[in-house]
Design a protein around this ligand. Structure first.
Ligand code: GLC
Length: 709
């Protein structure tokens, strides 16, 4: 390969715009990968340029943002996290890969495994929540699901992107090495261990160094420690962004910094094609560095079979198969979280006539229910909650569906609710589908206010004022501060954006055909001022357990003193609206005592028996939490160490057992060690467990903050 051909392989372009010059570059062998090209015919056309018109005929690798489905759309990843069922999500990834591959896509830019503590951040929708172990399980499942079918996964965004200050996208992140190692990196390691064929750099500056130029991340950790041979691709222009970041004086320096940090492919940044040859001529970059990158790129193409089979059969496009729609329904069912139920659910649609008012701006929105990062689905395939209930109505004379949206879209500020309130008077129960339009979450869609947008809060209040029971169903891309609405509602189902089959899934749950089993994958704050608020936080030296003195209880003319002298806010205690891991069922579960024993190997065996004490057969997710009262560094108030989703028939019991190795109980801490033979102290990071004993609890959710065990 000539130097120019090598550098061409390192160039990834989006020819969905400004196509002509980009197609010319493909013909000149100056492009290694394309993305955002739609349809197998167009993909084959561009592939023929690379294979049949260039000197070496190296095929392009074609990528796409396949984030939570391709044609058939599954719940947003945050909703998938709420299923606590990685095996189910792996099946969804397999069917997604089948659809995408049949349309010419060989490389998916997912899973995103950014552990997120901040629901203001728009991309909280794209990850699996706040928990490293839960996120690791889903990231690895998605990698295996895609790659078992022959589509490359791309684990992103490496790393620390979700810790952006203020929950504002692309913003600065300051993450100490110990937290990076314990919280943000484990899901990437799990994806790499699952065989992820590629990794994507993140946009953020991590401790002052943007990831595309971060040798510690990209070489010390990804290559030297984890021994990954995955291809490392930039995010969109994240290489050229080093200039506005204030790291590089110009794009030529950006190219030098990126190649020296082993960023191997430049997505839509044009810095490698513009400057690498010059940098080599000036001796600032060695051609061997280019060879290392090209080797990675050709390895990916070889693994995908592109050299043997660069084209895709244009007559075998797979989309919306009954199998996929059935699975999408199941994932959407398991992603819905029952947060409150005064007994109104499930609706009895079998024995007596039931007049149901369906209302709200998300009740019949084929596109909005799909959620963020959906390009290739056809919304006409979506089945909305209204349609699902109307088709049930057609089957059952006992059900009478009345429809009046009340608001036409989630930001609608109209407060004339006269029509919907008039219809409410005819109803026995109100189903209120509220939340966010898809565009209000995802990339660059951060919110400084987590309330329901528009006049949805006012509509909820008006509906509740009718005295009819209101079942509130929230379809959103993040946790929202819905405390007041929860008070007013008879029941609350949090469905996130449930995808193509959100309607049938919610209808099945509301009518009792399916028992809800979702659990919160992220803490739900009471108010945005509590953020960031997450379950595995440190206790602080002055934790606030007892109900503290809130703002209105401070005596007027109060003399100066540090109120409460504990860590809380005058407007609210530290308790969230709903803790991590929380979710109700139509049945009830009784947890027996947690017993544990330390074995000679240092491993712990932890056991608990759970009894289904209600009248519905149901799934329950048992969660294993550990706590160390002390350690080499301050230890969190609790940490998830395992989870098992088990099916327990009504009246039966199930004993769950976890075995934890010392490795699973370790954590990173830093220390200063004398460097052998000298008095220089070296800053070291160690992963180790102290000999401080652990306590364990198998529980239905993370314990209220600060109540240790
Ligand atoms: C975007 C996103 C990244 C996506 C890429 C390609 O900016 O940050 O997640 O895969 O560009 O669309």
């Amino acid at each position: 390969m000539t130097l120019e051909e090598k550098i061409g392989q390192m160039n990834q372009l989006d020819p969905s715009w400004d196509a002509e010059p980009k197609e010319a570059l493909i013909r000149q062998g100056k492009v290694g990968s394309i993305f955002n090209v739609v349809g197998v015919k167009q993909i084959n056309r561009l592939q023929r340029m690379a294979v049949e018109e260039t000197r070496l005929g190296i095929p392009l690798v074609v990528a796409r943002d396949v984030i939570h489905g391709y044609r058939t759309i599954y719940p947003i990843p945050l909703g998938q996290g709420a299923t606590w069922n990685p095996e189910l999500v792996e099946q969804a990834a397999q069917l997604t890969a089948k659809e995408a591959l049949s349309d010419g896509i060989r490389w998916a830019f997912s899973p995103m495994v950014d552990v997120a503590h901040d629901p203001r951040w728009g991309r909280v929708a794209e990850g699996y929540g706040e928990e490293p172990i839960l996120t690791s399980a889903f990231g690895a499942a998605t990698v295996k699901g895609y790659q078992s079918q022959g589509m490359a996964a791309c684990v992103k965004h490496f790393a620390g992107y979700s810790a952006s200050e203020g929950g504002r996208d692309y913003n600065t992140t300051w993450i100490p090495e110990t937290q990076l190692r314990d919280i943000y990196l484990p899901p990437f390691k799990a994806a790499v261990d699952a065989g992820a064929m590629s990794v994507m750099c993140s946009f953020n500056a991590l401790n002052g160094l943007p990831s595309s130029a971060n040798h510690h991340l990209n070489v010390d950790i990804l290559r030297d420690e984890w021994h990954s041979d995955a291809l490392l691709v930039s995010d969109w222009g994240s290489g050229s962004d080093l200039v506005p970041h204030g790291l590089c004086a110009d794009k030529k320096e950006a190219a030098e910094r990126c190649i020296n940090a082993r960023m191997e492919m430049d997505m839509q940044g044009n810095i490698y094609t513009d400057y690498l040859a010059e940098l080599i001529a000036e001796g600032k970059v060695k051609e061997s560095q280019i060879d290392d990158c090209v080797r990675s790129i050709l390895r990916l193409k070889y693994r995908l079979g592109l050299f043997d089979n660069p084209y895709v059969d244009e007559d075998k496009v797979i989309a919306y198969t009954p199998e996929a729609l059935e699975l999408a329904t199941r994932v959407a069912e398991e992603s819905a979280i029952l947060l409150k139920n005064n007994g109104v659910l499930p609706l009895n649609v079998k024995h007596s006539t039931l007049n149901v008012l369906i209302t709200g701006p998300l009740a019949h929105q084929k596109k909005e229910q799909l959620g963020t990062w959906v390009f290739d689905a056809q919304p006409e395939h979506s089945v909305t909650p209204l349609e699902a209930f109307q088709s049930l109505n057609a089957q059952r004379s006992t059900l009478n569906v009345i429809y009046e949206p009340g608001l036409t879209y989630s930001r609608d500020k109209n407060t004339d609710f006269s029509k919907v309130i008039a219809k409410a008077k005819q109803a026995d129960v109100i189903l209120y589908f509220c939340g966010e339009e898809a565009i209000l979450s995802g990339e660059a869609r951060c919110r400084a206010d987590l309330n329901l947008p528009g006049a949805q809060r006012e509509l909820m209040k008006a509906l509740a004022a009718t005295g009819k029971p209101v079942v509130m169903v929230v379809m959103a891309g993040r946790p929202l501060t819905i405390g007041a609405e929860v008070e007013q509602a008879a029941a609350v189902l949090y469905a996130f954006h449930g995808g193509t089959m959100a309607g049938p899934a919610l209808c099945n749950i509301i009518t009792g055909k399916t028992v809800p089993s979702g659990k919160t994958p992220i803490t739900f704050p009471k108010m945005v001022g509590q953020v960031p608020l997450y379950y595995n936080r440190l206790n602080t030296g002055r934790p606030s357990y007892d109900p503290p003195m809130l703002i209105d209880s401070i005596p007027i003319g109060c003399p100066q003193f540090s109120i409460g002298q504990s860590s809380y806010w005058l407007e609210t205690p530290t308790e969230p609206l709903f803790p991590f891991g929380f979710g109700l069922s139509y049945t009830t579960f009784e947890y027996g005592p947690t017993t544990y024993e330390k074995q000679a190997s240092g491993a712990y065996e932890v056991t608990c028996t759970i009894k289904n004490t209600g009248s519905y057969d149901a799934y329950e997710t048992a969660q294993l939490y550990s706590r160390q009262q002390s350690g080499s560094v301050a230890r969190p108030i609790c940490e998830l160490k395992g989870f098992k989703k088990v099916f327990i028939p009504a009246g039966d019991s199930c004993t769950v057992t976890f075995t934890l190795t010392p490795e699973q109980l370790g954590y990173w801490h830093e220390s200063w060690e004398p460097v052998r033979g000298s008095d220089i102290k070296a800053h070291r990071y160690y992963f180790a467990t102290d000999n401080v004993p652990f306590t364990f609890r198998i529980a239905p959710h993370s314990l209220p903050a600060g109540i240790g065990f």
